[in-house]
Write a protein that binds this ligand. Structure first.
Ligand code: NAD
Length: 246
């Protein structure tokens, strides 16, 4: 019950790592708003959490639209009384080669992975400051450190997330708002589950801990940073990658 009485927004909380974070926060006593891109997927996620019906809600703002995000976060505060934790988890990947990249695809990745993080941080901080503090946790990736052989927008966007995290940690510390990031390695979400087992085995063999991460491995880091256990941690980018970039 590390988050008893706290209220969290988890963007992209409808599946994968985001859903694991939302569930773990609920198990630890928090109220949770799951933010998704479509009402249908939000409803599907809520239907998987019937035991928490009174403590979980869904929101669907366009994460790049400051007005929509501001209104949705205000609705969360209205329902639960506060907004204490923001998890910026929603993200898109990209695999195109530089020669085939359209400017539109590059912009789409940057819009969700960076611009939306800025918009959500701003809207949350505006609520957290007068409350006396809060916690923001962004989602980076191990590829922010090592790049990837195709899809350059994705590592570039996660490098920008690290920059936002470090800067906002310094700017918001005076308002008692901690800002950190978690940088997962290869994690078994839908994308990884769709790969052939032999490919997953090959990837696993290259990871020092000998396996790909599970969503709960990553969610545990989000729990630590959101809770009082992380009370003196701000500006950190915490790798959760089985030693992949150690
Ligand atoms: P996923 O594709 O399973 O889930 C992404 C979530 O973001 C979904 O809930 C989706 O609905 C949501 N989303 C997508 N576009 C959105 C939009 N426009 N508005 C609102 N929500 C939107 O991904 P995942 O693997 O669980 O990844 C979650 C985060 O972790 C991402 O930021 C990703 O970059 C990062 N990450 C994942 C891995 C991995 O191996 N899975 C590794 C490193 C980093």
């Amino acid at each position: 019950m590390l988050l008893q009485g706290k209220t969290a927004v988890v963007t992209g909380g409808t599946r994968g790592i985001g859903f694991a974070i939302a569930k773990l926060y609920l198990e630890n006593g928090a109220n949770v708003a799951i933010a998704g891109s479509r009402q249908e997927t939000v409803d599907k996620a809520l239907a998987q959490l019937p035991e928490y019906a009174g403590r979980v809600m869904g929101i669907c703002p366009n994460l790049c639209d400051p007005e929509a995000v501001g209104a949705a976060f205000a609705a969360v505060k209205e329902k639960f009384g506060s907004l204490d934790i923001l998890v910026n988890n929603a993200g898109v990947s990209s695999r195109a080669s530089l020669y085939d990249y359209s400017a539109e695809e590059f912009t789409n990745v940057m819009n969700l992975n960076v611009n939306a993080v800025f918009v959500c941080c701003q809207a949350a901080a505006r609520i957290m400051k007068p409350q006396g503090g809060g916690v923001i946790i962004n989602t980076s990736s191990m590829v922010a450190k090592i790049g990837q052989p195709a899809g350059c927008a994705y590592p570039a966007s996660k490098f920008a997330v690290n920059g936002l995290t470090i800067s906002l940690a310094r700017e918001l510390a005076r308002d008692q708002i901690r800002v950190n990031a978690v940088a997962p390695g290869v994690t078994r979400t839908d994308m990884v589950a769709a790969l052939p087992e032999e490919m997953v085995a090959r990837v696993s063999a290259g990871i020092p801990l000998g396996r790909v991460g599970e969503p709960l491995d990553v969610a545990n880091a989000f729990l630590f940073l959101a809770s009082e256990m992380g009370s003196y941690v701000t500006g950190a980018v915490l790798g959760v990658d089985g030693g992949s970039v150690a």
